[in-house]
Design a protein around this ligand. Structure first.
Ligand code: ARG
Length: 590
């Protein structure tokens, strides 16, 4: 469907043309003075010079052409030459009726559907998930949903860190603690056990322990690196043990991502491309892109126009070891071969921006991607505590994701119990749904690249620009619809019955609703879920205003009442679709 603002502009352009002026002057914008009008057009001011006429004269000419407009109830020329616009109620009602009848409420799918790989999540095996990984998961999931909704084909890939130094640290520590395990016996040639030799809690205890010790003990660190080497060079026991560690970790990761309502199509790790590295590096040498520098194999990626120093991409260290960026480049190669994407999007901490600049340049220079393949970095800011510093536990440690989720849910539970009589069981179930909304909305409502303050109290509040406020609004609508049905009304039967608005708050609600297509399309084009948050916050406010001004269920005129019920179903459906794009849902009651 054409956007409301475009329809309005069309009408205005036509009026400019009919009055003998340039069409292009008829661009309409939202009003700067909502107390005076709904929309405005400043074209007369812009045209004054060209037509050597006072702007007010032009504005008056144009306004005269709009006297019988079916779009504008009022088009007033005001000094010094503005056109103040108020929409015709019928026009707004018609638009909403069409929106109701459209499967995607007026959103048109992209005319150039693309194949997109999104790299998000990025957890590291053996290390506990922390809040740093939270943003990648939340933002990546939403961007994926929005792009799919717009008709793109999207593949979500978790890109686990499962191949580097942490793996060696864990294996080495396990070797010291349980030397009897067959994995470490290099003369062993039998089958390896199917049961993992450690649990997730052991794994989570071992890594920080080993990581700390490796920083204090050189010999210990060397042993761990030797283990990493054995794993990477394919020693069978180490590979078998590694598979167990991955399996134990992935089982745990899946549980956490499920709680977050985050899913991936591919569970590939850095290890998935290990075998592609030698061939890729060889081709880089043959192509004359890579050269030796102080023993390491590097690809230069600086460009003449650089204003800051962009260091070369190190492909292999002097000992022949591959690095984080080597796997990232090999992953690009693999994705190009298996998925043939038009675009690869990375949802990663913005502190890795320079790193990705290097990767992208290297991938282009060495022709891993096609000329028109788009490589895009979507960097996000830090989640901070109330002190403005990166979020920590009360004890000052790194906050684990599960604990953070638990804290939010506990606070939500407390608030629910405080506000109404309900069983612990029901309150806990509701707290989970609302807690997730609080967490995700708290994150997504900020522009991704900005840092934000994690504030449990604010995020879980049912008032203000929060997830719970949006859910309360949805639940409120559902409860009105349920009462309508209880009193014998047929919600389904009247749901298409949207009419022209009868009062101002209803018209405002309709105009808020009508911005859906523009908001979703902008959110997709700019990878900006916060635009959907801003839209639903506005919409929820407009609905609540309407609700407070209007006695919906007590209305005696049944046709009027049916129109309102129809409008409510549309508001509910749009809100529920929008929160699904953000990656959370609403409970039946709160
Ligand atoms: N595992 C990395 C980390 O924890 C994030 C991975 C980001 N994605 C990528 N393709 N490098 O920092």
């Amino acid at each position: 469907m054409k956007k409301l603002l475009d329809l309005i502009s069309d009408e205005m352009m036509q009026a400019f043309e009919q009055a003998g002026y340039d069409r292009a002057l008829g661009k309409v914008t939202l009003s700067n003075r909502p107390d005076l009008c709904e929309y405005q057009c400043n074209g007369a001011m812009a045209g004054a010079k060209q037509y050597k006429k006072a702007p007010i004269m032009i504005a008056k000419d144009v306004a005269a052409k709009l006297a019988d407009s079916t779009v504008f109830a009022k088009a007033e020329a005001v000094a010094p030459g503005f056109l103040n616009l108020t929409l015709e109620r019928e026009f707004v009602g018609d638009y909403l009726k069409k929106m109701r009848a459209d499967a995607k409420f007026g959103v048109e799918e992209s005319k150039n559907p693309a194949k997109i790989v999104i790299d998000y999540g990025g957890p590291n095996i053996a290390k506990a998930l922390h809040v740093g990984h939270l943003r990648s998961a939340i933002i990546g999931e939403s961007v994926k949903r929005i792009a799919r909704y717009m008709g793109h084909t999207v593949v979500g890939d978790i890109h686990m860190g499962d191949w580097g130094q942490p793996m060696g640290l864990v294996m080495n520590e396990l070797r010291l603690r349980k030397p009897e395990l067959v994995y470490f016996d290099e003369n062993y040639h039998g089958e390896y056990p199917t049961e993992p030799p450690l649990t997730i809690s052991e794994l989570e205890e071992i890594y920080p322990f080993a990581s700390k010790r490796s920083k204090e003990d050189e010999a210990y660190k060397a042993d761990a690196m030797a283990c990493t080497y054995k794993l990477q060079s394919g020693v069978p026991g180490y590979r078998a043990l590694w598979k167990h560690i991955i399996a134990v970790s992935v089982t745990d990761l899946k549980k956490i991502y499920e709680k977050l309502n985050v899913t991936f199509d591919l569970w590939n790790g850095e290890s998935a491309v290990h075998d592609m590295i030698p061939g890729m590096v060889e081709a880089m040498k043959e192509g004359g892109y890579a050269h030796l520098s102080e023993g390491a194999l590097v690809v230069d990626v600086k460009e003449e126009t650089d204003t800051k120093e962009i260091p070369p991409c190190i492909m292999l260290k002097s000992d022949g070891a591959a690095l984080y960026n080597t796997t990232d480049l090999a992953t690009i190669k693999m994705r190009m071969e298996t998925e043939q994407p038009d675009r690869i999007l990375y949802v990663v901490d913005k502190r890795q921006e320079l790193y990705f600049e290097q990767i992208f340049r290297c991938a282009r220079k060495t022709k891993l991607v096609q000329e028109d393949t788009e490589l895009k970095f979507l960097g996000f800011g830090t989640m901070n505590g109330a002190d403005g510093k990166p979020f920590k536990t009360r004890e000052g440690g790194v906050m684990r994701l599960e604990n953070l989720i638990r804290e939010i849910n506990d606070e939500m539970f407390r608030k629910i119990k405080e506000s109404r009589e309900t069983s612990d069981e029901e309150a806990a179930a509701t707290a989970q749904v609302v807690g997730l909304a609080a967490l995700k909305y708290g994150d997504l409502s900020n522009q991704a690249s900005k840092d934000y303050i994690f504030d449990i109290d604010r995020f879980t509040s049912s008032e203000g620009d929060t997830g719970p406020y949006i859910l309360y609004t949805i639940v409120r609508i559902k409860s009105i619809l349920a009462k309508y049905a209880e009193n014998g009304g047929d919600v389904q039967a009247v749901s298409a019955d949207i009419k022209a608005p009868v009062n101002d708050s209803e018209k405002q609600l309709m105009m808020a609703l009508a911005k859906y297509n523009a908001s979703v399309e902008a959110a997709c084009d700019e990878y900006a879920p916060h635009k959907i948050c801003a839209y639903i916050y506005d919409l929820a406010n407009a609905f609540n205003h309407f609700y407070h001004e209007t006695k919906i269920l007590a209305e005696e005129d049944t046709s009027k009442k049916a129109g309102w019920i129809a409008l409510l179903t549309l508001t509910r459906d749009v809100l529920e679709t929008a929160i699904d794009l953000l990656g959370f849902s609403a409970p039946e009651r709160m």
